[in-house]
Design a protein around this ligand. Sequence first.
Ligand SMILES: *[C@@H]1O[C@H](CO)[C@@H](O)[C@H](O)[C@H]1NC(C)=O
Ligand SMILES: *[C@@H]1O[C@H](CO)[C@@H](O)[C@H](O)[C@H]1NC(C)=O
Ligand SMILES: [Fe+2]
Length: 434
Amino acid sequence: MNVFALFFSLNLLFLCPFLSQADVPELSREPPRPIVFVPHDRSKSDPQQVHVSLAGMDHMRVTYITEDKKVESVVEYGTQPGKYDRKNTGESTSYKYFFYSSGKIHHVKIGPLEPNTTYYYKCGCNGPEFSFKTPPSSFPVEFAIVGDLGQTEWTAATLAQIKSQDYDVFLLPGDLSYADTNQPLWDSFGRLVEPLASKRPWMVTQGNHEIEFFPIIEHTTFKSYNSRWLMPYTESLSESNLYYSFDVAGIHTIMLGSYTDFDSESDQYQWLQADLAKVDRKMTPWVIVLLHAPWYNTNEAHEGEGESMREAMESLLFNARVDVVFAGHVHAYERFKRVYNNKVDQCGPIYITIGDGGNREGLATSFKKPPSPLSVFREPSFGHGRLKVIDEKRAHWSWHRNNDSNTVLADEVWLESLSALSSCWPSSQSHDEL
Ligand SMILES: *[C@@H]1O[C@H](CO)[C@@H](O)[C@H](O)[C@H]1NC(C)=O
Ligand SMILES: *[C@@H]1O[C@H](CO)[C@@H](O)[C@H](O)[C@H]1NC(C)=O
Ligand SMILES: [Fe+2]
């Protein structure tokens, strides 16, 4: 038995009872589909699992992994294929988890870059050329949004449908690989998403499946996630990769952590308060938030799991007139009215659960009856969402259900930015101050 096989059987022996606590197993769900394991088919010195992310004003971070530890952390790039007139060096990391040793994980920040421009790039001076397009600096901007992605045949269908229609930035509200301590599945996930994540910035936050705490053996939480999915937290003056923010054109996006401290004394709370205080709605008329465990949810799965975070932080988001809050965790789609403190409130955020990427656990099919008057649309199907921000006032939200190889528009709504709604601002003066 080789090390990998031994590791895998140990996983099956020890992990399954432990992991089953993370979700609700007794729910009857549509059948999950098999895992798609994407093998490594390049050389040891070639970059693999390439993905890009926004890294502060006009910059992107290129992340890639090489098995060969001698490969340097360097990205060559330019605006024409094969012609790299610019080059940046970065840093690298690696980690061990039980028997597993990761490859060399390179993070290279490049820029300043022009907006809405295609760049061609090569990683570590080896392997194939990649290209990405930077987001535009003005409206319109389109986000593709989906959480709880996993790496099954359903995931592959979701990714194919996202890829079939252009977007500027991908947003993921937690639960990426479902490796669940089986580290080679993180590598497989990186290879599965590379065709998309190397072309457009992928901005992610973490879910419960990223924690990867293992009794006795591994006490450092988020070890793999933090090593592989470095997000612009230093750029947004956060102390932790588990919460950060960034701007795209006129949209300020905040990523929160459901599985790190959030009470009013916590670093996350203090950071969020300071981050919101800096928002200038003239510069960024839109403010959206992503987190993993939903604050509003009428599915029987994960009922109440986001409640203590809601109690701690909801007034911060409400007082800042956040436009939309996206969550994952529940493997279904649900859209709420504008809500504050469990009541309809025209100045509160719209809450959307979009945990329907297609992971191995399948769907959360049981919604509570009778339906809540706060909930507008709910459906247990795989799919993805699109937020197209047209201008400083209008945005179009749509949810696209996976229908095997095709995609079906199943829910849509026009949104008006709260920054444009004078009744939500006590006086024009306080509007200016915010
Ligand atoms: C981005 O570039 C494309 C063509 O390359 C153009 O059609 C589009 O209007 C540009 N978008 C913005 C917001 O500048
Ligand atoms: C869903 O897909 C099937 C074939 O896979 C097709 O027959 C059906 O028309 C599709 N439904 C919609 C609403 O597009
Ligand atoms: Fe989750």
